[in-house]
Design a protein around this ligand. Structure first.
Ligand code: IPM
Ligand code: MN
Length: 349
């Protein structure tokens, strides 16, 4: 567990509380170690991840991350030094982001309910504009040029697309996989994605291989979210559309994601999407549902679907029948009480 900054440790702790409870019920053995990486440590030591940190993390199956983001640390340092570093170094090439409206949770979409908002975004997680390729020319002068390059590789898009087809088949719902890209403008990079998608689709005749431009996708996610089953998309577009997804599923207190290395022996990382929300730190008002749901994703990935199912069911009882709101400070319960409520419901039938 890397609690991280701000309210990160508070929500991660509730995830671990639920993990402990469900592990007892399901007879799951696990070892837990807490790491203090984050903004405070960086300010004290000048390094984000100390020497040997990645080597040690690599010995774990999974990481539960609370949040990173510290008001006294310049933007980018912790993001690049911790979050993106772990995603890249552990080749966590799938960023899995379920967009599911739980019962009792308010969505800003008029007339839409839990039966309409239930899809999953598979975001490529190692390439695109995130690779940090680029530079400045004549920096600080009126003639300044800035270049930021999007890298797409055949291997990178194909492995993500194939995983998304497999996932769509396993999910066994509408059996529709929508590629979201911008082939009409990104005529090289997204042409590569398009060709890889068409080729891999031939291996999955039982799955509808669908395509949306990213701008149209934003419109449909708001107007007809029920259309979607699984979306596969590039890193940058996936970043943007999953914030839209997060808000239609009830906000950042609810949305969770998994950074997955699907290969044997890979180390994956699961996280609530909410950020560190520094102003709420230590007040016991932040919503732990996303962190608890990230814990369920972790267990699902680790091969414990029954435990994950128990947590997801318990979460939905708690959102549907207990919590007043998903907003920080308006839940009707404190952070730890919400964690306790989920634990109580793990044995519900
Ligand atoms: C996310 C975040 C990160 C991203 C930031 C913090 C680097 O927005 O996980 O979606 O852009 O991937
Ligand atoms: Mn994002």
């Amino acid at each position: 567990m890397i609690g991280g900054d701000g309210t990160g440790p508070e929500v991660a702790r509730e995830g671990v509380k639920v993990l402990k409870a469900v592990a007892a019920l399901e007879g799951i053995d696990y070892e837990l170690k807490e790491f203090d990486y984050g903004g405070d440590r960086y300010l004290a030591t000048g390094e984000v991840l100390p020497e040997g940190a990645l080597e040690e993390l690599a010995t774990f199956d999974a990481i539960l991350l609370g949040a990173i983001g510290h008001p006294e640390v310049a933007p980018g340092i912790l993001e690049r030094g911790l979050l993106l570093e772990i995603r890249f170094r552990f080749d966590q090439y799938i960023n899995l982001r379920p967009v599911k409206l739980f019962p009792g949770v308010e969505t800003p979409l008029a007339g839409k309910g839990p039966e309409d908002i239930d899809f999953v975004v598979v975001r490529e997680n190692t390439e695109d504009l995130y690779c940090g390729m680029g530079g400045f020319l004549k920096k600080g002068t009126p003639d300044e040029v800035a270049v930021q390059t999007a890298i797409y590789t055949r291997k990178g898009c194909e492995r993500c697309i194939r995983w998304a087809f497999e996932y769509t088949r396993r999910r066994n719902r509408k059996k529709r996989l929508t590629l979201v890209a911008k082939t009409n403008v990104l005529t090289y990079g997204h042409d590569l994605w398009w060709r890889a998608f068409q080729e891999v689709a031939r291996e999955y005749p039982d799955i509808e291989a669908d395509y949306n431009h990213v701008d149209a996708c934003c419109m449909w996610m708001v107007k007809n979210p029920e259309y979607y089953d699984v979306i596969v998309t590039t890193n940058m577009f996936g970043d943007i559309i999953t914030d839209l997804g997060g808000i239609i599923q009830g906000g950042m207190g609810v949305a969770a994601g998994g950074n997955i290395n699907p290969e044997p022996g890979g180390t994956s990382m699961f996280e609530p999407m909410g950020g560190s929300a520094p102003k709420y730190t230590g007040r016991g008002v932040i919503n732990p549902i996303a962190a608890i749901s990230a814990t369920a994703m972790l267990l699902e990935h680790a091969g414990y679907p029954a435990a994950a199912g128990r947590i997801m069911k318990a979460i939905q009882i708690v959102t549907g029948t207990k919590m007043k709101s998903q907003a920080a400070g308006r839940m009707g319960y404190s952070t730890t009480e919400v964690g306790d409520l989920v634990c109580e419901q793990l044995t519900a039938d």
